[in-house]
Every structure is written in structure tokens, then in C-alpha cells.
Design a protein around this ligand. Structure first.
Ligand code: 3AM
Length: 171
């Protein structure tokens, strides 16, 4: 049995409201991601078997990241993935470095090979096909406080994400 895993920053419930408002504003652009699933992917690992998962957790036992903020200011369509995402064009260096290290580690250990570097984004809609209207967005600041190793599971009710491990950011 393999688990579909990815490292991500979950978006705390206290920061859902502006994202839900954007989903309402751009209603009809795709299938809205449910609020419980809002996240920022750092590294997608694909299907990972039990022993690789154990080794992964051992390697990243002391994962560390200072608390920080991202400013999201653009809505972008990624046509290949059919995703409409809120994107940030700057990123705190420690977060950028961590995401790169997680992606390289995955590649070096035979897990998913990422073709893109880290692009901080929050997917708001899936199955999206049209570019968003060129509306200026008010910048949205997201404070991040933890990193999770997430398990992605398909259920009859849709995809659900469950944290397998959480690392709290330090001051
Ligand atoms: O769509 P986002 O980025 O919000 O990043 C993808 C997704 O979140 C990534 O894993 C997250 C949870 O599903 N992901 C999923 N399938 C992928 C794939 N085949 C993938 N990344 C790369 N290739």
C-alpha cells in the first residue's frame, strides 16, 4: 500500500474568509476547492510506500522553518493542470530554500520529480479552463505557522487531506 503524500503549509481557518470571498467573486471559473483543503504545496511526493515514508520522516525529523508571511496578489490560470490559483511573486528565503530542499530530497530518493521550482500558490479552483478577468486584486497576506506532511485520499465525497506529521514554525 502506498500513500499519496505532499509537504504543505495549511491555511489556518482564521485566514479562510478572504479566500472564500475570492471563490464567490470568481464563481463559475471552475470547481471551488473546499476551505478545509486550502494549502500551499511545498513539495509533491507522489505515491510513497510504508518504508519510504518511514525513511522520509526520519530524514526530516528536525525540519525547521521560522514563522513568516506570504503576500498573494495575482490570480493565475495554469492551463495544463486546469488550476486557477492565487499566486505570490515574492517568497521569504527560508521558505523558498525549504521547498527546494524538500523537492531535491524527493527526487534524490526516487519520489516525485518536480519540473517546476517552488511557486507559492493557493489553488482556489480546479477544472478551470478560462483565464481570470484582469481584475486588480487587493494583496492578501497569509501568515504561516506550520508545515505538514499531508496524506491525500480520494473518497466518494472528494479529495480529503490529512496531516501525517506537523512541524511548528519557530519565532
Ligand atoms: O494543486 P495544488 O498545488 O494546490 O501541488 C499539487 C496539489 O496542490 C500537488 O499536490 C497537491 C495536492 O494534491 N500535485 C498533485 N498531483 C500532482 C502531480 N501529478 C502534484 N504535483 C505534481 N504532479
Amino acid at each position: 500500500m502506498a500513500n499519496r503524500l505532499f509537504f504543505a503549509i495549511p491555511i489556518p481557518r482564521s485566514q479562510h474568509f478572504p479566500l472564500l470571498r475570492l471563490q464567490t467573486q470568481f464563481e463559475g471559473m471552475g470547481k471551488p476547492v473546499r476551505a478545509n483543503n486550502f494549502h500551499i504545496t511545498l513539495a509533491f511526493l507522489g505515491n510513497v510506500n510504508a518504508s519510504s515514508q518511514q525513511q522520509l520522516l526520519t530524514r526530516w525529523q528536525s525540519l525547521a522553518l521560522p514563522k513568516g508571511q506570504l503576500q498573494f496578489n495575482q490570480l493565475q490560470l495554469w492551463p495544463k493542470a486546469q488550476v486557477l490559483a492565487l499566486t505570490a511573486n515574492t517568497c521569504p528565503a527560508p521558505l523558498y530554500q525549504l521547498a527546494g530542499a524538500l523537492q531535491r530530497d524527493a527526487q534524490q530518493h526516487g519520489l516525485h520529480h518536480s519540473h517546476h521550482g517552488f511557486r507559492p500558490h493557493i489553488t482556489l479552483f480546479r477544472h478551470a479552463g478560462q483565464p481570470p478577468p484582469a481584475t486588480a486584486l487587493a494583496p492578501l497576506t497569509v501568515d504561516y505557522q506550520e508545515v505538514q506532511l499531508m496524506l491525500s485520499e480520494h473518497t466518494p465525497d472528494g479529495v480529503i487531506y490529512q496531516p501525517i506529521k506537523r512541524w511548528y514554525c519557530h519565532d
